[in-house]
Design a protein around this ligand. Structure first.
Ligand code: ARG
Length: 578
C-alpha cells in the first residue's frame, strides 16, 4: 500500500484543476502531531507566492478541488495554509484487509531497474575488519529490499585481490610452502601473516627485491606465480565466506568481481582517456585534471590514473568497473557501500567517468558512505592492544553473550533450542545495532545496549514477534486469507493499522536512499504500536464480540507477517519461541 503515492496523485490532480504550474512541487509529509491529522500537504504557501495570492485562499481552493472522499474522514486547513488530512478508519480497515489477503502484503513490484550493488569488498591481503562488516550488512539489507520491490539486482563484491602488497605476501608464502608448511595453516591468521611478511620486507636482506620480483611476475602472468596467488586468495575468500555464513548474508562466490577481474581492460581505459584528451602526462604519470574540484587557489584536483612506472591504481580499476557495470551489465543505478573516507575518490571517479562517456547521464552512481564503528571509549573499534578485531571472533562472542542471557531468562527451552535461538539473537543484535543507526554517522558498539530486550534492538523485535505469534497460537491459528471486514474503533487499533499501511513507504525510502535504518525505525514503531494496541484492545478475553475479535486477530496476523517480512529483509532471523 503506497500511501504517499496515493496522496501525491490526488494532490497533483487538484493542483492541475486550480491551474497551478505542472512542475509545482507536491510536498506531502507525515503529520508530526495527531491534531494535525495523519498526513499534511504543505505546498499552498509556496504556490500562493507564485500566483501572488493569499495562501489560505489557495489552500481552500486545493481542499475544494482534491478528491479524498474515499480516503479521508476530514481535511482541514491550519495556520497560514497547511492542509491536514485525517485518514478515514473505513479506508484503513479496507487497506489492512487487502494487505492481509496478499502474500506480498499488497506491495506491487516497481518498474524494474537494473541496480548494481557494490558491497562488502574486503581486501584479501588482510583480515576482514569492522568497516567491511558495516558495508556487508547495510549493503545486503538494501539488496534484499530492492529485490523484493522487483528490481534486478546484480551483487558485485569488489574484493581487493590485486596490487603490489601481494608481491611480499607471495614471496613469504612461497618460503613457507618450501619449508613444508600447509597453505591453509600458514594463512589461518591473515593479519599475522601480513605482519610477518611486512617485517621481512622492511628488514630482511634481499626479501624486498624478491617481493618486487613477484609483483612483476604476477603482472606478466607467470604461471607458477599465478598459481600461488590463486592459492592465497582462495583461502582468504574462504575466511570471508565464514563471516558471510555467520552473518546470514546473501553474498556468494559468483558475486565476486575482484579488482583483478579488470586487469585486461586497464590499458583500454587509459587509451580512452588519452584519446579524448582527458588524461595528460604529468611528471611521467597519466593524470586527469579536474577544474570542477579545484582547491582554494584555483588549482584543479589531480586524479592519477597511471603511475609513472606504468602501474595502475585503485582509480583505474574503478573506471574499468564503471565501464563493465554501465556497459555490459546495463546498470540503471550503481550503489557503492564504503566508509565515508572514500567519498572524494568516488566523487572524482564519477566526474572522470562522465566526462569520458563511460556512463550515460541517466545512469546513476551513488556512493553510499557510512561512519565509523567506535568502541565505548569513543575511539575507533579495536582490540585492547590496538589490533584489528577479527570479525569471526566478534560474532562468536555475540552468540556466546546471547546464550548467557537466554540461560538467565525463565524459559523452557531444550539446550538445542536455546543454541539456535542464541545464534539468531546474538547475530541479530550485532546486525541490527548497525542497521538501525543512520549510516552516515559514527556509532558506538556496545554489547549491553544491543542485546537489551528493551528499546530499538533486535531482541526487542524478535521477542515482539514471538509474542504476537503466541497470541495467534492461543487463538488457534487465525487464517488471514478470509476477506472479513475490519472494524476499527479504538484509537490504538487505528494507530496500528496506520503503521501497517505505511510499510511500503518505508521500503521505498530504503530503496531510494539506501538507508536501512528507516526500516528499523518503522519496525520498532510497529512493534510498539502493537504493544499499545494489545494493552488497549483485548483479543482473547471472554465476552469480546466475535467480529471485533476476528478483526483484531487480523491486525495481529498482519503485524506478525510484517515484522517477520521486514526483519527478513534486514537479514535478521525470527523464531516462534524465545
Ligand atoms: N576494497 C575496498 C576497501 O576495502 C572497497 C572497495 C569498494 N568498491 C569499489 N568499487 N572501490 O576499502
Amino acid at each position: 500500500m503506497n500511501m504517499h503515492a496515493l496522496l501525491l496523485d490526488r494532490f497533483s490532480e487538484a493542483l492541475k484543476k486550480i491551474g497551478a504550474d505542472e512542475n509545482a512541487p507536491v510536498p506531502i509529509s507525515r503529520s508530526t502531531k495527531p491534531e494535525f491529522g495523519d498526513y499534511q500537504f504543505n505546498g499552498a504557501m509556496a504556490l500562493a507566492k507564485m500566483l501572488k495570492q493569499n495562501p489560505r485562499n489557495i489552500a481552500t481552493q486545493i481542499v475544494d478541488a482534491v478528491e479524498l472522499d474515499d480516503v479521508a474522514s476530514k481535511v482541514d486547513i491550519a495556520g497560514p495554509g497547511f492542509i491536514n488530512i485525517h485518514i478515514s478508519p473505513e479506508w484503513l480497515g479496507n487497506a489492512v484487509r487487502d494487505i492481509a489477503s496478499s502474500p506480498r502484503l499488497a506491495i506491487h513490484p516497481q518498474a524494474a531497474q537494473t541496480v548494481v550493488v557494490d558491497y562488502s569488498a574486503p581486501n584479501l591481503a588482510k583480515e576482514m575488519h569492522v568497516g567491511h562488516l558495516r558495508s556487508t550488512i547495510i549493503g545486503d539489507a538494501v539488496v534484499k529490499t530492492l529485490e523484493f520491490l522487483g528490481h534486478n539486482v546484480v551483487r558485485q563484491n569488489h574484493m581487493g585481490d590485486w596490487g603490489t602488497q601481494f608481491g611480499m605476501l607471495l614471496a613469504h608464502l612461497s618460503d613457507k610452502l618450501a619449508a613444508q608448511e600447509v597453505a591453509e595453516t600458514a594463512l589461518s591468521d591473515l593479519e599475522q601473516f601480513y605482519r610477518e611478511a611486512k617485517v621481512r620486507f622492511d628488514g630482511e636482506q634481499g626479501f624486498a627485491d624478491r617481493a618486487r620480483d613477484y609483483v612483476v611476475k604476477l603482472q606478466s602472468g607467470d604461471e607458477q606465480c599465478l598459481k600461488l596467488w590463486h592459492q592465497f586468495i582462495d583461502i582468504s575468500i574462504a575466511h570471508s565466506e565464514e563471516v558471510y555464513e555467520k552473518l546470514h548474508v546473501t553474498l556468494r562466490r559468483k558475486d565476486i568481481m575482484g579488482e583483478s577481474a579488470y586487469n585486461d581492460d586497464l590499458a583500454n581505459v587509459i587509451e580512452a582517456l588519452k584519446s579524448q584528451g582527458l588524461a595528460v602526462e604529468d611528471q611521467g604519470a597519466q593524470v586527469v585534471f579536474l577544474p570542477e574540484l579545484a582547491d582554494k587557489e584555483g588549482k584543479p584536483a589531480a586524479y592519477i590514473v597511471q603511475k609513472s612506472g606504468g602501474g595502475y591504481l585503485y582509480s583505474t580499476t574503478d573506471l574499468a568497473a564503471i565501464r563493465h557495470r554501465c556497459g555490459t551489465l546495463g546498470a540503471d543505478r550503481t550503489l557503492i557501500f564504503t566508509d565515508a573516507r572514500q567519498a572524494l575518490h568516488f566523487k572524482q571517479t564519477e566526474l572522470v567517468a562522465r566526462k569520458a562517456g563511460f556512463m550515460r547521464d541517466d545512469q546513476s552512481y551513488e556512493h553510499s558512505p557510512f561512519g565509523m564503528m567506535l568502541g565505548k571509549d569513543g575511539k575507533p573499534f579495536k582490540t585492547r592492544t590496538g589490533g584489528t578485531i577479527k570479525l569471526a571472533e566478534l560474532l562468536d562472542e555475540a552468540v556466546q553473550r546471547a546464550t548467557t542471557l537466554l540461560a538467565a531468562r525463565d524459559n523452557a527451552m531444550s539446550d538445542e533450542q536455546r543454541a539456535d535461538v542464541a545464534k539468531k539473537v546474538g547475530i541479530g543484535a550485532v546486525k541490527y545495532a548497525d542497521l538501525s543507526k543512520n549510516r552516515t554517522t559514527d556509532y558506538i558498539f556496545d554489547w549491553d545496549t544491543m542485546l537489551s530486550f528493551e528499546g530499538n534492538t533486535a531482541p526487542y523485535l524478535q521477542y515482539a514477534y514471538t509474542r504476537v505469534k503466541s497470541i495467534l497460537r492461543k487463538a488457534g491459528e487465525h487464517s488471514s486469507s478470509k476477506s472479513e471486514s475490519i472494524a476499527l474503533q479504538q484509537p490504538a487499533e487505528i494507530a496500528l493499522s496506520m503503521k501497517l499501511v505505511q510499510y511500503e513507504d518505508a521500503l521505498l525510502s530504503v530503496a531510494r536512499d539506501a538507508t536501512p535504518h528507516v526500516l528499523c525505525s518503522y519496525l520498532y514503531d510497529l512493534a510498539s504500536a502493537f504493544m499499545s494496541f494489545y494493552e488497549a484492545c483485548p483479543i482473547l478475553k471472554a465476552g469480546i464480540d466475535e467480529t471485533v475479535k476476528q478483526s483484531r486477530l487480523t491486525l495481529a496476523t498482519v503485524t506478525a507477517h510484517t515484522l517477520k517480512h521486514g526483519l527478513d529483509l534486514l537479514g535478521i532471523e525470527t523464531m516462534e519461541h524465545m
